[in-house]
Design a protein around this ligand. Structure first.
Ligand SMILES: Nc1ncnc2c1ncn2[C@@H]1O[C@H](COP(=O)(O)OP(=O)(O)O)[C@@H](O)[C@H]1O
Ligand SMILES: [Mg+2]
Length: 280
């Protein structure tokens, strides 16, 4: 298994949270989008980020990636403060984070092979043989080996998202950010994407942040486990002990702040009418 693993084990085991946000504030012109946002993203588990359209979810992911600098506050990646770092210094950190952008955002004029290998080619460190081997490995992970020479236009919506995931995991990132990965998909296809997110968590032990409007995604990720036997999701049981699925945290953004942070049970039983709106 080690040879085919997507993510190599971390050198320093679990000393720091994967991501820590400390008092992050950001405004665009006069509009405050994030106001003193603080929370940790523990290693190996999933954090589900919810909030209505325009509540700052995508902006927050971009702040975590260092693509947008906050007006104040700090972002720590695996214990290191990235906020003062230059573009060049940030490059190394971004290799540790895979991002699946909203709508997948593939390059339409490039084949699946070229899309998925893009980052490796940009690095310029690997020979073409090694690149191809790696591309086939990650396409195997998302069960799309046969699409390697297809163009994005030839793929269904669900297949495009899977290619976007393959592209994001090409550089072995221990942290995965997914921006609305199931938006616009039918429920069956959405389920296959949730299953892949769980597979990254349960097989590769990736830390995941999943932005979603769909409570179904959150309930899948917190109540189900990826099984290599059935190559799909099965319900979490007591026998699983303290499984990463159980550690899923739910975050709801509202009015530029964290309106709610808690676990599955807490959000499902919340009496607050605003939260009920998300859960029903
Ligand atoms: N680059 C930008 N310049 C100005 N305003 C922006 C920019 N990016 C996002 N915004 C604004 O920030 C707010 C949050 O956006 P976003 O994070 O995309 O919301 P969502 O929760 O839907 O992902 C919105 O009001 C949006 O218009
Ligand atoms: Mg968004």
């Amino acid at each position: 298994m080690a040879a085919s693993s997507i993510i190599p084990p971390a050198a320093d085991s679990a000393a720091h949270p994967a991501i820590e946000l400390r008092e992050i504030s950001l405004a665009f012109d006069e509009k405050r989008v994030l106001e003193a946002i603080s929370f940790d993203v523990p290693r190996g588990a999933t954090s589900v980020l919810m909030g209505v359209s325009g509540s700052g979810k995508s902006v927050l992911l971009k702040v975590m990636l260092g693509l947008i600098k906050p007006d104040s506050g700090e972002v720590l990646i695996e214990g290191e403060n990235i906020t003062p770092k230059s573009e060049v210094e940030l490059y190394a950190f971004r290799r540790r984070m895979g991002i699946v952008f909203q709508e997948g955002a593939l390059f339409d004029s490039l084949s699946v092979y070229e899309n998925v290998s893009y980052r490796l080619r940009e690095d310029g460190k690997l020979e073409e043989d090694a690149i191809e081997q790696r591309v086939r490995q990650v396409l195997g992970f998302v069960e799309l080996e046969d699409a390697i020479y297809k163009m994005p236009a030839e793929l269904s919506g669900g297949m495009r998202r899977r290619v976007a995931i393959a592209r994001a995991i090409i550089s072995h990132p221990p942290i995965m950010l997914y921006d609305s990965p199931t938006a616009g998909l039918d429920p069956v296809t959405a389920h296959t994407i949730d299953s892949l997110i769980a597979k990254m968590r349960d097989v590769e032990h990736a830390t995941s942040i999943v932005v979603t409007q769909r409570i179904q995604d959150a309930l899948m990720l917190s109540g189900f486990v990826y099984s290599t036997d059935i190559q799909g999701l099965r319900p979490l049981t007591e026998k699983d002990g303290h499984h990463a699925a159980e550690a899923t945290q739910f975050l709801v953004l509202k009015d530029a702040g964290v309106y709610f942070r808690g676990n599955r049970q807490e959000i499902l039983t919340a009496k607050d009418p605003y939260l009920r709106g998300f859960v029903k």
